[in-house]
Design a protein around this ligand. Structure first.
Ligand SMILES: NC(=O)c1ccc[n+]([C@@H]2O[C@H](COP(=O)([O-])OP(=O)(O)OC[C@H]3O[C@@H](n4cnc5c(N)ncnc54)[C@H](OP(=O)(O)O)[C@@H]3O)[C@@H](O)[C@H]2O)c1
Length: 285
């Protein structure tokens, strides 16, 4: 039976990137829909669950993407509402709008290769963006103490509040980007998830960070978010600090993305959001 992936994208053109990964992950038939709004989801989900019988439905799955993460989250919530698990009329679902879940999972996985995350003091720069928020959530769930940085400390505080609702035990502290030097001072991990082409951690800020073990930058567009590392760094040691650039993390991101798509077809009841995708990342060799 053909593996069918139904791609629901909130952008007008369904992402070419996500389409290529789907094919490379072994999908036989890819049905791509663009410009999807929540009110259109019910009929699309019905088309998925009412065609094949319960025992065959693991061969149909739904991938939600697009550049707007909040819009993708709405589609996921809507899709879940229209599954009928009580009759086993369900399909597995995955959310990866803006690549945020797979990127955050790969970044935290990279950090976890070098640090005991439960004992780690982290600073997430650009922690208010879709990728940064997911990084903060994953680190907090793993037990790290996380400083969340924003140019507006109120935005960082709002993110901390939102994450505490999902991870009540989270140890979080909002900080202002203007205070990066002092915020970095005792940190083991500094992860930059700021906007493309913006330096968030200049070389001059580095001297204060005397406990630093790992630096991870997710911005691939020069100038990079962290000065002094290269975009292709992958566990590259520089001045005693393990460094990752966006391409170094991106290789793992691709593996995580493909593996997550494969896992969608193992059963008809999976929902792969950030925590589940991180679990997949942590099982990779
Ligand atoms: N490697 C991959 O596969 C992959 C996949 C997806 C994304 N990415 C990269 O990951 C990074 C994060 O992505 P994202 O979509 O979450 O980023 P984003 O929303 O564009 O930006 C993240 C945060 O950066 C801060 N920021 C924006 N403009 C700024 C400026 N001019 N100066 C200083 N700070 C600024 C903002 O925080 P405040 O306003 O709160 O300060 C914003 O919330 C990006 O560099 C993106 O290119 C990589």
């Amino acid at each position: 039976m053909h593996k069918i992936l139904i791609q629901l994208d909130t952008d007008p053109h369904p992402s070419v990137f996500d389409r290529v990964v789907a094919i490379d992950a072994g999908v036989d038939q890819l049905f791509s829909y663009g410009g999807i709004k929540p009110e259109q989801v019910r009929d699309l989900i019905h088309g998925a669950i009412f065609t094949r019988g319960p025992k065959d439905l693991k061969n149909t799955a739904v991938f939600i993407g697009g550049s707007d993460v909040a819009a993708g989250e709405q589609l996921l919530a809507e899709a879940r509402k229209h599954l009928l698990p009580q009759f086993r009329l369900s399909v597995s679902l995955m959310l990866d709008s803006n690549g945020a879940n797979t990127t955050a999972a790969a970044a935290v996985r990279a950090a976890g290769r070098h640090l005991d995350l439960a004992q780690t003091k982290a600073l997430v720069l650009g922690g208010t963006g879709p990728v940064g928020q997911r990084v903060v959530q994953l680190l907090a769930r793993a037990g790290s103490h996380v400083r969340v940085s924003s140019r507006q400390i109120e935005r960082a505080a709002a993110v901390c509040e939102r994450i505490r609702r999902v991870v009540p035990e989270a140890r979080l502290e909002p900080v202002a980007a203007a205070d990066t030097v002092s915020a970095a001072a005792d940190r083991h991990l500094i992860l930059s998830a700021g906007a493309a082409g913006v330096v968030l951690f200049p070389a001059s800020a580095r001297a204060s960070a005397s406990n630093l073990k790992v630096l991870i930058d997710l911005n691939a567009v020069p100038p990079l978010g962290i000065e002094g590392i290269e975009v292709s760094d992958k566990a590259k040691e520089r001045d005693g600090v393990v460094c990752y650039g966006a391409i170094g993390v991106g290789e793992t991101k691709m593996k995580v993305h493909k593996e997550a798509i494969r896992r969608l077809f193992e059963s008809n009841d999976r929902v792969l959001d950030v925590a589940e995708i991180y679990q997949i990342a942590s099982e990779l060799p």
